[in-house]
Design a protein. Sequence first.
Length: 370
Amino acid sequence: MKRILRYHMFRWFCMSGILLFMLLAGPVVSLDTVSAMTSEVKAVAMLTADDQGASLACPSGVFFDKTAKEVYVINSGRSRIVIYGPDFFPRISLGAGRGVDAPYGVHVNEDGLLYICQGRRQDKPARLTILNAAFFPVKEIEFTGFEGADRFIPRRVAIGHGGEIYVAGINSRGILVLDKDGNFLRCLTPLDTVWGTEEETSPGSETVQEPRQGKSPVLILEVCTDRSGRLYLLSEETSKVYVYDREENFLFSFGKKGGSSGKLSRPRGLAVDNERDRIYVVDYMRQTILVYDLTGRYLFEFGGQGWGPGWFNFPTGAATDSRGNLIVADFFNNRVQVLEVPITIPEFTDAGAAEPNFQAVPSSKKSRSR
């Protein structure tokens, strides 16, 4: 009798916990709905090999050059940058012979100059390497003039409307603002309520997670701009995007931390599509792409862990091309996906009827694997 009583008490406790979690998590879109949304995404191309025919190894970042219509892929596992033409065929890769040995991010400006974020390598410090349109080294910018410059490692770079160089680092609060010549001007740092103390600590020291009092500087790991010159700063720490105008005045922020649909767990990539008025945020941990409008209003999401087109294995970066396709660095799938995302938001009247499907609907465009 006591054993039966204990069983019912345990069952009541578990059910109460589940109900409490559902109430706190808020409304959740079912997995079937996300699967149905993913089935609407069409594969345009799968980039899987470099110019030598070797497989991509953990691609971590992507950039689309709208002038040359080329896709730049950070091939992290081989410490190279692979460049694909408009037909998604690999043209060339940049490595140590071009001064590229530890790439994290790349940006191409209107004059065809390549700005490459590079980490420390042997006797070389972390730096920003600039190549000309023929891929010959022009300049290397080392980071000085601010506190912690010797520890700063650049991850992403963007160019402002006035030629300012914006650099987001690894485990760095805010972003750097450099002039055209690479001289430090200032830091642009959002302030927000931050949980945890992800400060630089000595090896082996214990970090206690607790809320800080008031507003604190925020860790930023991604920066990009749009056609109007707006700045978009992404924080994995707060799961928010901070938006500034072209004069660096704060406008608004959006995003909510969480593990359910419509929320961000560990966002690591960001892309803005001006043609369709959309913002794409890559959630590394939930392995989904969340879609917002330009005001930060959540629209829908797609993806999940998988191996078919439109499914991901810890994605880390995104860009959009001139056709409106979304380009995603699919890290542990060792590929880059070029995807056609629906222009209108599909309405699923019976989400529960949708079957999980790892193969996306075939594209009207021929899908290429390289």
